[in-house]
Design a binder for this molecule. Structure first.
Ligand code: ADP
Ligand code: MG
Ligand code: MG
Length: 482
């Protein structure tokens, strides 16, 4: 979009502004509703394990194009299958990451685990993918969705997102708009994801085995994680859930005679990683040893190491190259549909193609975002900052990064409510990123479960490059379909 033309604003769910009295009253009520229903997090600034803040949220749901939402939902089983096939393609993963692992130590460490597991053979043939494919609607193509990224590890907010629909339903009803609820799609993310873990537990087939959550040293997003745990415990009371850090697994974990993962008296059937996706989670070799121990165990992992690698930005970039999808998807219609959600992704590897992308980025940086092989937000470089960042790198170091076309989403207007924020909240310009959850379970030859499992919407100030919810620029939301 040229800087002169104003960015279009999507039609909102209700007429704004609300009268100040009404806004104050409903905001206070919604904050309490959020706290009382677990749309909450631990504060990074005033941390106490005994205290929760409500999670930043949108008072009324933000609009999202219905057709594009439905498209994303329908595509998810195809994307699940794509990622499952990619994860099981040793040659593709190895060649795609070859340059990156020369310079990116974190990805190299993950890849070393993969290499060692390949050399010894996989103890557990099954994997469970709990994926989240993220999208922005792109103005230049009639608001068609474009994939921002796909997450294969610690895809979060399925728990809170599920509880956000009732919150926004409540607000709309209180404001006298009950007739609008029909435009808010039901969200079964929590049940879908947890039922997936239980299906993996069934495949493991030992009645006393447990589900292990791998957690950070401090869990700020505790409600989201506990929703998963409590759902499993309440729906399947015979399945125990344990929470352990990588450090604790290093201390307590060992392998049994059939390579089953043992934690004290417990045998682990399924491992659900909510940590382990960033270098800071590995304090020493101990945590890497723990990751390797789990990887070589019989437990079914979300993600297994090949799934983790399949979720890297570098693999995403490789998938968007012409005719690569044909390697993983048979149906030409499906190839076409998936191809359409990719925006331009460019290699920065140390070769001709990489050098051409480098030159292009220096010429027109405002068109791009530069991404390293990291997760969890806050790692990318945007627009005018790209040339300096690239020039500071050697040619080889650039291989740790990929270049991506900047997606230009439409604006929405609404009230973002955050702990300690202005009261009443002002109307702000925002953009929304849709996440669609997917569950896929299978081995190298067969997929035994494959389904879409709910969604989440994260909305950020239009002036922010990224909308990390914990970082303070983004807020949880649900789509209002228009
Ligand atoms: P992470 O794995 O750290 O979440 P993402 O690729 O999702 O990495 O990037 C983080 C955020 O950066 C996204 O949530 C989105 O707000 C913004 N972003 C990423 N890629 C693009 C893009 N191509 N166009 C516009 N914004 C983007
Ligand atoms: Mg990610
Ligand atoms: Mg992301």
């Amino acid at each position: 979009m040229s800087s002169e033309a104003p960015t279009p604003v999507l039609r909102g769910c209700i007429k704004l502004p609300l009268a100040e009295d009404e806004l104050l009253e409903i905001t206070a009520k919604a904050k309490d509703y959020a706290l009382m229903h677990g749309a909450a997090m631990r504060s990074k600034t005033t941390f106490s394990p005994d205290t929760l803040n409500f999670a930043p949220f949108l008072l009324v749901p933000s609009s999202f194009p219905r057709k594009e939402f439905e498209k994303a939902v329908a595509l998810q089983p195809i994307i699940n299958r794509l990622m499952h096939n990619v994860a099981h393609d040793e040659e593709f993963i190895t060649t795609t990451l070859a340059e990156t692992i020369k310079v990116d130590e974190f990805t190299a460490n993950l890849f070393n685990i993969y290499r060692k597991v390949l050399a010894h053979g996989f103890t557990q043939a099954y994997s469970i993918g709990l994926l989240r494919s993220d999208y922005l609607a792109h103005l230049y193509e009639g608001c068609a969705i474009k994939q921002v990224e796909i997450n294969t590890i610690a895809s979060s907010f399925g728990g809170i997102a599920t509880h956000l629909v009732p919150l926004q339903n409540f607000v709309l009803s209180e404001l006298g708009h009950a007739e609008k609820l029909k435009n808010m799609p039901k969200n079964n993310a929590l049940a879908g994801l947890c039922d997936g873990m239980v299906k993996a537990w069934d495949i493991y087939g030992k009645p006393n085995a447990v589900i292990l959550f791998i957690i950070e040293d401090v869990s700020y997003n505790i409600c989201d994680q506990r929703f998963h745990e409590f759902y499993i415990r309440e729906t399947y009371p015979h399945i125990k859930v344990l929470r352990r850090t990588l450090t604790e697994v290093h201390r307590e974990g060992k392998l049994g005679l059939s390579k089953e993962l043992l934690l004290g008296p417990h045998e682990v059937a399924v491992i659900y990683f909510r940590a382990g996706y960033e270098p800071g989670h590995y304090h020493s070799q101990n945590e890497w040893d723990a990751r390797y121990l789990m990887e070589t165990s019989l437990a079914i992992k979300s993600p297994s190491i090949q799934y983790h690698l399949a979720g890297t930005k570098k693999v995403q970039q490789a998938l968007a190259q012409p005719s690569v999808l044909e390697r993983f998807i048979n149906d030409p219609e499906e190839i076409k549909a998936v191809g359409k959600i990719f925006t331009g992704l460019y290699s920065l590897d140390d070769n001709d193609a990489g050098n051409a992308s480098y030159e292009m980025a220096l010429r027109t940086p405002e068109k791009f975002v530069l991404k390293p092989q990291r997760e969890g937000g806050g790692n990318n470089v945007y627009g005018v900052d790209i040339p300096d960042a690239l020039k500071r790198m050697t040619r080889v170091e650039r291989s740790a990064w990929i270049l991506m076309d900047l997606i230009h989403p439409p604006l929405t207007k609404g009230y973002m409510v955050r702990p300690g924020g202005e009261m009443p909240p002002p109307i702000v310009d925002m953009v929304s990123e849709l996440g669609i959850f997917g569950v896929v379970i299978g081995d190298a030859d067969n997929i035994v479960h494959n389904y879409q499992a709910g969604h989440m919407l994260r909305t950020k100030l239009s002036t922010a490059n990224e909308g990390g919810v914990a970082a303070g620029l983004g807020a949880l939301d649900s789509p209002y379909l228009i």
